[in-house]
Design a protein around this ligand. Structure first.
Ligand SMILES: *Cc1c(COP(=O)(O)O)cnc(C)c1O
Length: 392
């Protein structure tokens, strides 16, 4: 479903009428209005590493304030390539890397560069709302394959059936927002097989790559046999370094593929964020300790929220990645997650997000809501305390 509720805007093109409201913007506004704790939108309430924010301040003072190159500064392209080798043993080279204004721009540019009007794009639902909007902007047709709770696995036959002669692209987000699912190797092998057999291009969204728990590891799809030549791998520093406001992202792919994406990207932003690009070189080069501690901290927060929600009576679904956890609200007397989320600020002073807006098959997500736990421990404790009113 597309999140409705807005009146028709006579100036807006037809294909964007259904995309006027973003659930994140709406729910964050509700949080501000009601003074509620915002476990809706996924942004941390602490700053990124001091070393990195200082590097940005220094870059501004050092005069890195004019247009950087449209592909990104060479040092950052190299740092992304080094990062891919360090964590995944990928053979990426700096000239295959394109810097973008967040992962968002790289995602949008990829879809617009690769999909002709009328071609089909396969996505897993629930999907990040930006995917639906950019597919429609490109004139593409979305085909959703449902990840089914409790474990958000998918049916291989359903994936195979979603792919047809007009399918051009498959989009894969792992670790997955909003479910917290980390696609395991067997699942990735199925996706890769379907992509190879049907000669599909694939765009991956790996912005939560450093947030996996319980011994799970992130595996980039492009590392599977047959995938390097057909995959655009996308990530960004916003989530990994707690700097969501900086909007430094990147994509890499084989030469022709990344040049196609760059062709569109250069006519969107052309380039952005010179001092932040420099600071991101520092961020990507942080020691292993940083990345280990990041996951450790978030795993403890996940445990706090999962245990708290379960003790209140929610049916909590497993989440081994990202900073989100999903839960079914039916045990608390609600059939509809949207209704629950609209009640929640006044009942408890907490904001969450209804998952049904991330599905085409609304029934599959009707009673599920998402909580973001990328907040300080004391904030999470307070949120769980407030949510106890639901079972009082
Ligand atoms: C946050 C997020 C993005 C956007 O990343 P930016 O770097 O801020 O543009 C993309 N995809 C998913 C799944 C996200 O959660």
């Amino acid at each position: 479903m597309i999140f409705g509720g807005a009146r028709r805007n006579p100036h807006l093109v037809a294909r964007m009428q259904g995309h006027q409201l973003s659930i994140f913007g709406e729910m964050s506004a509700l949080a501000v209005e009601t003074g509620a704790i915002n476990l809706g939108q996924g942004f941390p309430d602490t700053d990124g590493p001091l070393e990195v924010t200082e590097a940005a301040a220094q870059a501004i003072r050092d005069g890195f304030n004019q247009y950087p190159p449209d592909w990104g500064i060479p040092e950052l392209r190299q740092a992304v390539a080094d990062h891919q080798r360090r964590f995944y043993r990928m053979e990426t080279t700096a000239d295959e890397v394109m810097v973008s204004t967040g992962a968002s721009e790289a995602l949008g540019a990829s879809v617009m560069a690769l999909v002709e009007p009328g071609q089909e794009v396969v996505v897993f639902e629930p999907y990040f709302d930006l995917y639906a909007a950019v597919i429609e902007l490109a004139g593409g047709i979305r085909k959703a394959v449902t990840l089914r709770s409790p474990d958000y696995s998918f049916d291989t036959a359903e994936l195979e059936a979603a792919v047809g002669p007009d399918t051009r692209l498959l989009m894969l987000n792992s670790p997955h927002n909003p479910t917290g699912k980390v696609f395991n190797r067997e699942e990735l092998e199925v996706v890769a097989r379907v992509a190879v057999e049907n000669d599909l291009l694939v765009v991956t969204d790996e912005v939560y790559e450093h947030m996996t728990y319980d011994g799970n590891r992130h595996v980039p799809l492009a590392t599977l046999p047959g995938m390097a030549g057909r995959t655009v791998t996308i990530s960004s520093g916003g989530k990994s370094f707690g700097l969501t406001g900086w909007k430094v992202g990147w994509a890499h792919a084989n030469e022709d593929l990344i040049r196609a994406v760059h062709t569109v990207k250069q006519h969107l932003s052309f380039t952005s964020g010179a001092p932040f690009q420099r600071a991101m070189v520092t961020a990507l080069g942080l020691s292993d300790d940083y990345f280990v501690d990041l996951a450790k901290d978030l795993q403890a927060k996940r445990d706090l929220v999962v245990d708290g929600l379960a003790s209140i009576g929610f049916d909590v679904y497993p989440a081994s990645g990202t900073y989100y956890v999903t839960a079914d609200v039916r045990p608390l007397g609600y059939e509809d997650g949207m209704e629950f989320c609209l009640d929640l600020p006044s009942r408890c002073g907490v904001v969450a997000v209804p998952n049904r807006v991330f599905y085409d098959d609304e029934e599959a997500g009707r009673s599920i809501v998402r909580f973001a736990y990328c907040k300080r421990f004391e904030v999470l404790d307070q949120a769980i305390d407030r949510l106890r009113r639901l079972s009082a």
